[in-house]
Design a protein around this ligand. Structure first.
Ligand code: ZN
Length: 134
């Protein structure tokens, strides 16, 4: 397995519309798309930048993972996603290496990606997402 690039950086925000102003008006990025991912109780906005993207995440529910993250840590960088070309192989490889996976099976991610999270205990407290987008 080899991580191919930083696919995106996931940033937890309280208010997507408010936060977007910084990324669009100040940094000059454009919103590539928005999506509600029900399963993760989150509304997502993608802003492509070069070969990568910023992913802004606003919780749609008080008990969602992003709401809990903000409650604990405040707003800020929540995860870093690495692009892989085969998510099933990547998960198996990580497990062979003794990494603890949050997702042992790929699940649906925004934009139609197949994603899996590595447990932060296995990655120096950084929440790492593996992402395969065809
Ligand atoms: Zn992500």
């Amino acid at each position: 397995m080899k991580a191919l690039k930083i696919d995106h950086i996931g940033i937890a925000v309280k208010n997507l519309d408010e936060t977007l102003k910084f990324y669009t008006d100040v940094l000059g990025l454009e919103v590539g798309g928005t999506e509600v991912v029900e399963e993760q109780k989150v509304k997502v906005a993608f802003l492509p930048v070069g070969d990568s993207e910023v992913e802004l995440l606003e919780s749609t529910s008080e008990d969602g993972p992003i709401a809990k993250f903000i409650e604990k840590n405040g707003e800020g960088i929540q995860h870093i996603a690495f692009k892989v070309d085969n998510i099933e192989e990547a998960i198996a490889f990580m497990q062979e290496k003794g990494m603890k996976m949050i997702d042992e099976q790929p699940r649906y991610g925004a934009g139609g990606a197949k994603i899996a999270f590595v447990h932060p205990k296995s990655s120096n407290r950084v929440l790492v997402e593996l992402s395969q987008r065809d």
